[in-house]
Design a protein around this ligand. Structure first.
Ligand SMILES: [Fe+2]
Ligand SMILES: [Fe+2]
Length: 159
């Protein structure tokens, strides 16, 4: 991002980068959690859940990349050490269930993580609205995908 592009950001870039980096760490934790659960899930009718966990994991990794790109554009760097991801995230890592056939527990973990993501992005979008158009655009795009994620897994519960 050039000088003028940064100059029109009507927010503290330091605070904005802090919020974005927390979301970046959340995305990595969600990616790992979903990816891991996709590997281990078992039991009756696990295939649909496995496929959706893989799809969501891919989306979360994409979000991490998009946020990293934005942080770098703003002149900073995201968390470098994976050991710091949980410490810098908005929410602690949720452990997958020991019983890998507990699909209801998996669904609840995903819907809880998605609810947190929706809350986090809603807050950042509100802060960026009218203040930083580039951040607003990216964050609302990610938010709409988290909204879809929550719905996909809530629908599994209702079945
Ligand atoms: Fe995400
Ligand atoms: Fe998500």
């Amino acid at each position: 991002m050039g000088k003028q592009a940064r100059a029109i950001v009507d927010l503290s870039i330091k605070d904005l980068v802090k919020d974005l980096n927390k979301a970046y760490c959340d995305e990595w934790l969600a990616f790992y959690l979903y990816w891991y659960m996709a590997q281990v899930v078992s039991g009756k009718a696990y295939e649909d859940i496995k496929e959706m966990l893989e799809k969501l994991a891919k989306d979360e990794l994409e979000h991490a990349g998009e946020i990293a790109d934005l942080i770098i554009k703003l002149g900073d760097f995201p968390t470098a050490n994976p050991m710091d991801l949980e410490k810098n995230a908005n929410a602690p890592y949720m452990m997958p269930p020991k019983n890998t056939a507990d699909i209801n527990r998996i669904i609840r973990i995903v819907t809880e993580a998605e609810a947190t993501a929706i809350e986090v992005y809603n807050k950042i979008a509100k802060k960026a609205l009218g203040k930083d158009h580039v951040t607003y655009q990216l964050i609302t795009h990610i938010l709409s995908e988290e909204v879809d994620h929550e719905e996909i897994f809530e629908n599994f519960l209702e079945r």
